[in-house]
Design a protein around this ligand. Structure first.
Ligand code: DQA
Length: 143
């Protein structure tokens, strides 16, 4: 399968910010491990990160219109909790999207307990760091 891993706002600082919450692995290191995992299993993967909501929407549209992948793993960061634009974009495309989070959002502040994206995603994984991304890939491979 062909996967697209999208990381949203502030995820470029992973491994450098709030290390007690998000760990010490950088986004580049996490992506390298995901790439190695996919390669080992004969899957293709590409990566995208942006701090800009509209660019994330554009990437979802592009994947849909150009049929660039079979499944999307999305960590939207804080946009998860309030972006109706991202939610509508996910609902607009026929590619399954898995919502992921590095941290266990349910064990954190109240505002993180709500996701406006989950309802239109195929599934949700949180709390396992790199493992959240890997579990999401497996979930999309075994619908
Ligand atoms: C996050 C959780 C969000 O609540 C937070 O705003 C992030 C990262 C995670 O991966 O744990 O930026 O999506």
């Amino acid at each position: 399968m062909k996967f697209l891993v999208i990381n949203g706002v502030n995820l470029n600082l992973t491994g450098k910010r709030e290390k007690g919450v998000y760990g010490t692995a950088t986004l580049e290191e996490i992506n390298e491990k995901i790439a190695a995992y996919c390669k080992k299993n004969g899957d293709e993967v590409c990566f995208y990160q942006s701090n800009i909501e509209g660019e994330l929407v554009n990437k979802l549209h592009e994947a849909f219109l150009n049929k660039t992948c079979d499944g999307i793993i999305l960590n939207a960061g804080a946009f998860t909790h309030y972006s109706y634009a991202l939610r509508d974009a996910i609902a607009s495309i026929d590619i399954p999207v898995a919502e992921v989070h590095i941290s266990n959002v349910h064990a954190r502040e109240e505002f993180r307990h709500k996701s406006v994206l989950s309802q239109v995603c195929r599934g949700v994984v949180c709390g396992f760091g790199l493992g959240s991304y890997i579990a999401a890939i497996e979930g999309l491979k075994n619908p």
